[in-house]
Design a protein around this ligand. Structure first.
Ligand code: ATP
Length: 443
């Protein structure tokens, strides 16, 4: 597909490359394809500009395999080397991508950096927040791309185009990713767990989510047969390198790379003012009043209804969020809260926001109805059944005339932010402690 090559006048050109959809549940990782491209580009004398980008797209996208990652990077090269660059990428895709998997649509795009305009940037931002239309991507590619390649179908071009144009509208973080040698892939990852905890403590304040301290789990090693040995998240490149140097790795590695990412930025969140505005397959932030008592169902999931005064929607904390569920259990009708989370409609289920974090803005007084106290010994009496009065379980005093009493509940919740634990955190979701960290680092 030819685009704006003819607009280039200088003999050097700066290009932006996007790659996506090279993996399947059976293996590969698009970050590794980018790592190999950068390595090869370096040997060919193509200059990498800035840092490569690891862009997480809409986490509610139904086409994703896992974390909906797409990769981008910029290079300067001689204008007449573009075909060489393109051939390198095609070879890498055929060498590395899971091309035999029907649902894997490996794709890459090459764009003249000067042709990345507001339309393209807007498209990439929408791909992080909403579901974008494939035809829109194809039309943009027709007018903008020097070259676009899609295999097994064109869907991968959406992510590739987005990663080529993404501009980190609300900040960025970093991830250092180390890769395994071929012989080790699919085998147990030989990373010393204690050293990961040590690295976490020694880089506290500039790395995050590499361990889940609360649930005693390390978070840096994936559980798939892919080439990634580990990924370390942080707020600056030196810090993730420091953490990497502390971690003891008991297997050879092929190499590592640091990506600039939109992880932990909340770039995927759409702020809405009413429940009506919530679109399927998006992630939102909305304020509302609690409208029901919490319901804990089989499997350990907790649901609560909230209202904006007109409509109602459920919010959910599922079992993997562990202690976070206690926040929902302690909510009471009338509490005023703000929630962040995704809405993926499911058959036979009421509309539900899958929570990423919650802010308790104010707590309402909650009056509960209790059985009366025994007038003889002061013990709480038991009901004898509907309309049959009460009996004291201690002194056996019985009465038909007593009624339920109202009591103001002592609330077990204080206003503030509450996050899901690191083990359950979405890549894009910004833990509330990062706000505090960033403020401290800037002051
Ligand atoms: P990774 O495992 O690398 O984290 P993933 O495997 O979960 O990512 P992909 O295999 O890249 O996800 O598949 C996602 C597919 O969905 C890609 O083809 C991509 O182009 C497409 N896609 C991503 N975001 C959107 C979106 N917002 N709207 C429409 N299609 C999208």
């Amino acid at each position: 597909m030819l685009g704006s090559l003819n607009t280039v006048v200088s003999e050097k050109i700066e290009i932006s490359v996007g790659i996506d959809d090279t993996d399947s549940p059976k293996g590969m990782c698009t970050t590794y394809v980018m790592y190999r491209l950068i390595e090869k580009a370096n040997t060919e004398g193509f200059k990498l500009v800035g840092m490569p980008r690891l862009v997480r797209l809409n986490p509610a996208c139904p086409f994703k395999t896992r974390g909906n990652a797409a990769l981008g990077a910029d290079f300067i090269l001689d204008y007449d080397k573009i075909n060489k660059f393109k051939e390198i990428l095609v070879d890498l895709i055929f060498d590395l991508a899971e091309i035999n998997e029907k649902k894997t649509n490996p794709a890459f795009v090459i764009i003249n950096k000067n042709d990345i305009d507001t339309n393209l940037v807007e498209f990439s931002r929408i791909a992080v927040k909403r579901i974008v239309n494939l035809n829109e991507a194809l039309n943009l590619l027709k007018s903008k791309a020097i070259f676009a390649f899609g295999y097994n179908g064109p869907r991968g071009l959406i992510g590739a185009l987005s990663a080529a144009a993404y501009d980190f509208p609300s900040g960025f973080t970093y991830e250092l990713i180390a890769y395994r040698i071929k012989e080790m892939r699919g085998k147990k990852r030989l990373v010393d767990e204690m050293s990961v905890y040590e690295a976490d403590i020694k880089t506290k304040g500039c790395t995050f989510d590499n361990v889940d301290q609360e649930n005693k789990e390390i978070k840096i090693t994936p559980h798939t047969p892919c080439p990634v040995l580990l990924g370390i998240r942080g707020l600056d490149p030196e810090c993730v390198k420091k953490a990497f140097s502390i971690i003891k790795i008991n297997e050879p590695i092929e190499g590592y790379i640091i990506y600039k990412t939109n992880q932990a930025t909340d770039d995927h969140i759409i702020e809405v003012n009413s429940i009506k505005e919530i679109e399927p397959l998006t992630s939102v932030s909305i304020k509302g009043k609690v409208a029901s008592m919490p319901a804990l169902i089989k499997g350990g999931h907790v649901f609560v209804e909230i209202t904006d005064g007109t409509d109602k929607i459920r919010i959910a904390a599922y079992e993997p969020t562990k202690n976070f569920r206690k926040v929902l259990i302690n909510l009471r009708p009338g509490d005023f809260i703000q929630v962040w989370g995704s809405y993926k409609p499911k058959d036979n289920e009421p509309p539900t926001i899958n929570l990423e974090k919650i802010r308790i803005i104010s707590i309402a007084p909650y009056v509960k109805l209790l059985n009366p106290l025994c007038p003889i010994c002061g013990t709480r009496m038991k009901s004898e059944g509907k309309g049959k009065g009460y009996q004291c379980p201690k002194c056996k005093y019985k009465t038909n005339s007593a009624e339920k009493v109202q009591e103001l509940e002592k609330r077990n919740l204080v206003p503030g932010f509450y996050d899901v634990p690191a083990r359950a955190r979405r890549h894009l979701s910004k833990p509330s402690f990062l706000e505090v960290l960033k403020d401290e680092r800037q002051s």
